[in-house]
Ligand binder design. Structure first.
Ligand code: ZN
Ligand code: ZN
Length: 78
């Protein structure tokens, strides 16, 4: 998978948690942990490399390329 270098992660930037089922994004500062639409645990920071998600439209981790859609199972480990 090609590297994405268009944006360098910077501290202090807004980060998000994302529903891997319906792609709803909420600010990481929100107290929401589960998607109110479908009850899916929100993803963020990245479950694989723990990088914060800086785009509300992210479907893959921009650091390690992990696909967030793999985390649609409740308690989705592995
Ligand atoms: Zn959802
Ligand atoms: Zn990652």
């Amino acid at each position: 998978m090609p590297e994405r270098r268009s944006r360098v992660p910077s501290t202090g930037k807004a980060s998000y948690r994302i529903c891997p089922r319906c792609w709803r994004a909420v600010p990481a500062t929100s107290t929401e942990r589960y998607c109110p639409n479908d009850g899916t645990p929100l993803v963020g920071p990245c479950p694989r490399c723990h990088a914060e998600i800086h785009s509300p439209y992210a479907r893959f981790c921009s650091i390690c390329g992990e696909a967030f859609e793999h985390y649609t199972e409740k308690g989705g480990m592995t």
